[in-house]
Ligand binder design. Sequence first.
Ligand code: DP6
Length: 402
Amino acid sequence: MPEDTVDKPNTVTCTAPVNIAVIKYWGKRDEELILPINSSLSVTLHQDQLKTTTTVASSRSFQEDRIWLNGKEEDINHPRLQSCLREIRRLARKRRSDGDPSVDATTLSHKVHICSVNNFPTAAGLASSAAGFACLVYTLARVFGVEGELSGIARQGSGSACRSMYGGFVQWIMGQRDDGKDSLAQQVEPETHWPELRVLVLVASAERKPVGSTSGMQTSVQTSCLLKHRAESVVPGRMEQMIEAVHEKDFSTFAELTMKDSNQFHATCLDTYPPIFYLNSVSRQVISLVHQYNRHYGETRVAYTFDAGPNAVIYTLQEHVAEFIQVVQHFFPPETNGGQFIKGLPVRPAVVSQELKQAIGLEPMPKGISYIISTKAGPGPRVVEDPDQHLLGSDGLPKRDI
Ligand code: DP6
C-alpha cells in the first residue's frame, strides 16, 4: 500500500427516510432495549422530500469516536448512540469470528467519525430521530461490513427508527422475548405497491416545544389504563385489519383505521396523568376540515394522523390532492409575502366550489399552517456512491459547507 493512503479514512455515505405511523407505537415494556407494548405500522416517506444523510469514516489515526449533527459536534456518549455503536461492533466481531471475509479485521479496532444532516428543517417538527438512527445504523453496518437484519439495532437508537430500515409499508412486530430478539421491523408491501397513495405534511406554525415522545410515553405507561386497554385489546385486531387494507389497497379502510388510531393515541395522551396535549387549535381545525370534506363527498377520501406534535400528516389518493390542497389553502390562508406554500411533488392548481366551502363551513385561520410538503411512499436506506457527497473530508472532519 502506498504510504499516503495508509491513514486515508474508509468513508461511507448513506441516506435514510422518515416514516409516519398509521398504527402508533406508544409505550415501552423495556426502556433499555426499547421494546414496545404493541406492534405498529407505518408508511416510509420518499427521500426526495425528507431524508437524513450520514457519512461515517473510520481510520487508524482517529483518537476517539466523534459525531456532528446538523453542523454541530454533539456528545458521543449519548446512551442510545452508544447502544448502536456497540451492537454494530459486536455483530461485526461475531461475523468475523464466524469466518465472514467481508468484515475487515483492522476496521474493527478503528474509531469512527460520524456526520449527519437532514434535508428538512428541524423546525418542521418532524420526528427526525427515526431517519437519523436508521441512517446511522445502516451506514455503520456498511463501514464494518455487516449485512442482513439491522432493524433490531436501529430500534435501540429510537423505537420508530426500526421501521425506517425498509421502504413502503412496514410493520414493527412487538415480539415476546425479554431479550428483544424477536422485536423487529418487516416490510408489508414495497413502495411500488400503491403508487396512487399520496402524503401531505401540513406543517403547523409551532407555538412551543411539546413533551418529547420518550418521556411522554413513559408517563403514559405509568398512569394511563386506556393505554393498557389499547395495547392489549385494540391494536392486535387493528394491525390485522390494517395489513389487509394495505394488501388490498382499500383506501377507505386504511384511512378510517389511520384516523381512529391517531385519535386513540391522543386520547391516551389525555388519559395520561398529568395529561399531555400534542394537538393544538390548528390540528383540531384540520380534523374538522377532513371530516367535513369526507362527509360532503359521502366517502372517505382523506385521512389525518398526528404524532407527538401539532403537525397533521394527510394520507389521500393522487386524484384528490389538488382539490384538497386548495381547500387547505382556503381555510388556512398563507402569508402572501412568505416563501413557497407547497413544497415537494408538484401539485396542479384546482378550483374549490362554493358549495364545498359552505359545506365545510369553518372560520378561516390565517397563517395557521406554514407550508405543506407533498410526498408519497418511498424506498428504504440507500448507499450514496458519489464520493463528492461525503459530509466528511479526507481529514475526517466535516466539510466546511455542512
Ligand atoms: C408518536 O420512536 O420517537 O411518533 O423509542 O423513545 O425514541 P423512542 O420514541 P419514538 O416514538 C415515536 C412515537 C410516535 C408514534 C410512532 O411513530 O409510531
